[in-house]
Design a protein around this ligand. Sequence first.
Ligand code: F3S
Length: 653
Amino acid sequence: MIKIEIAENAGFCFGVRRAVEIAEKAAEKHGKVFTLGELIHNEAAVEELHKKGVCAVNSVDEAAGEVLIIRSHGVPKSEKEKANLLCKAVLDATCPYVAKIHGIVGRLSENGSVIVLGDENHPEVVGIMGNSSPKAFAAKSFEEVESLFNSGAIGENVSLVVQTTFDRERFLDISQRIREKYPRVQIYSTICNATAQRQESARELAKRAALMVVVGGKSSSNTKRLAEICREYTKTVFVSNAAQMPEQIAKNLPADCVVGITAGASTPGYIIKEVHQIMNEEIKTTNENEEDFASLLEQDQSFTRLYTGKRVKATIVSVSKKEAVVEVGAKQTGYIVREELTNDPNAEVEDVVKPGDVIDAVVIKVDDNVGTVALSKKRVDAALGLEKLQAVKDANETIEGKVAQVVKGGVIVIYENTRVFIPGSHTSVPRGGKLDDLVGKPVKFKIIEVSNERGGRVVGSIRQANKEVRDAAKAKFWETIEVGQKFEGEVRSIENYGVFVDIGAVDGLVHTADLTWNRVGHPKDIVKVGDKINVIVKSFDPEKKRVSLSAKDPEDNPWTKFVSEYKKGDVIKATIVSITEFGAFAQIIPGVDGLIHISQISTERVANIASVLTVGQEVDVKIIEIDEERERVSLSIRALSEDTDASEEATEE
Ligand code: F3S
């Protein structure tokens, strides 16, 4: 069966249809009315309007004393003022999307400049320039914008609007280049989607159709373009009206196929309907699409209809410090203020989006009077974020985000544009510490609560993430620990008997005697809390979770040094370091003391060692014994006197 389909967007655009309706109603009331220029680019439609009393004139003067209709393109302000003076009545059928641009340029400060991106001879551009408060300049390309700046004609305060029918791709490209080179330019996206959507609908239908019928005026550039597009995909006929339909057009079509109909923006619905009827008769199909067709023509489908809460795809057109201007395929200019772009109070607009980005956003306010629509990105992100974070919680994953601010009772971390509250007790900051130190820092955390209440609440915990890391590290530590293993640790606390050292997974104890090879009074004389020291595992008990450490490096063992440099019989200098009842200890080298037994101090009997030797005194001694096994050295002063006596006796002999 052959099926006829009309392109989703075809025929009159909203602005043209509205202008035609205004003109027809006025003609009905006044008998005859005049339009400043032809209302639409379609010969048959113009003729039809003429029959109804709608005639075109080329200047306001020609319509003096009559009812004048301003067509959808709009006119310069001066032209309208003149018409108000000369004509009996003036009906303004300027398309609301064009009027919106007039509103924008009319509100701008007079000491600025306006650039209108478009064709300077197009009536719409002429009208926009004639409604601008600041001086306006037309440009068709980035290069023309550049030369305007180079000429010095453009001041500091520059705004840019764009002709409603300007090519969208070109606009995005030019606006991005302008933003990069002239960031101070305030860019307004004022493109109307009607043309692009008609082309897209025609393309989509032509790809599926065995035949396309394009309906519209032969001089209408947008209709010619539709025909070009359709020809790229399928056999296409281009007619102005039903009378031009070739005979037996359906001959040779496959038995089961689609015939598509599309029409330019200035093609009236009744012409499309006639073409549709002829096709219907020709291929003798049922008129099952008739109702759809009627409703299609009733509706303006060129634009996305916006309402608060609607989710849309938005293309970033330009960014400034305060907001991003976006295109959402609607008649209004879209914008997202910085606060609605991101939850991060420290982020700039340009950190979040850049021109050309396509983002998901939600409508938060539509203002048809001003022609703007306020959107929010962060609210969409938050909704998506809640889902994601619930999944993170369910999977017990650890995620990373940046601390954005300190709030009452904790901090806010931003994770993929969602605010996560981390109570102070769940941060890594100890009680009494400063949460401000966390701001701006990336942190790893777990999600411990996700709730949809009050627009969504997510609670996280850095502490839990840290604990998991510590537990894993501890398990690995006990699996791999060995005697002799070396660590760099941090002194955690100091006790009378030694120091506790954090070696990553656990704290180990270094006894005072194991702190250094030298004699130690108190551990605090050697280290302080926070010091980094190298330690070696002496022993460990996985059951009791205890590790005994030593800070003495075997390679620095002074005994090794002593035995390699000294031998029994050597006469050396040593320093008395302590005195006991049975003798005095004298340091030979740091870490090795020798004992001078009370009987080895003098050839005379010594009753009180302190009367003979004092701590710190340097004495000459002889090494009389080295016990390598017990690492002990015996010294003697007396042996030196005996040696002297012996040698004197030998000399006398
Ligand atoms: Fe208006 Fe767009 Fe038509 S600006 S006249 S609706 S093409």
